[in-house]
Write a protein that binds this ligand. Structure first.
Ligand SMILES: [Zn+2]
Length: 109
């Protein structure tokens, strides 16, 4: 499943905030219980997620788990994600998170 970067997250966050209200409306419209509404609802957040990532039908609760920054930064060695913001080393290649990028290797243009 695709992750959202901060820019995409900002766009979808308001829709996620609306989800509770949408569930409420779904329930009164269909007269169903909370669980049924949660499972069946197609929130605006779901539609927005499809717009941003091309992936349809993702439940709004799952979207909450796909904010990139919640999974930590990308490893500057292999590019895989640190599993949590608190992770101190890359689970993939073992490089420690705090090893500063070598500025001497930075090229302008
Ligand atoms: Zn790595």
């Amino acid at each position: 499943m695709p992750f959202l970067d901060e820019n995409e997250w900002r766009q979808i966050q308001p829709y996620l905030g609306n989800a509770a209200q949408e569930i409420k409306e779904y329930r009164s419209k269909h007269g169903c219980d909370l669980e049924t509404a949660r499972l069946n609802i197609k929130t605006e957040a779901t539609q927005k997620f499809q717009e941003l990532t091309g992936m349809p039908g993702v439940h709004f609760e799952a979207i909450y788990h796909h904010r990139l920054s919640d999974w930590g930064a990308e490893c500057n060695s292999c590019g895989s994600l640190f599993r949590t913001p608190k992770a101190s080393f890359c689970a993939n290649c073992g490089k420690t998170k705090n090893s500063a990028p070598n500025m001497a290797l930075k090229h302008d243009g």
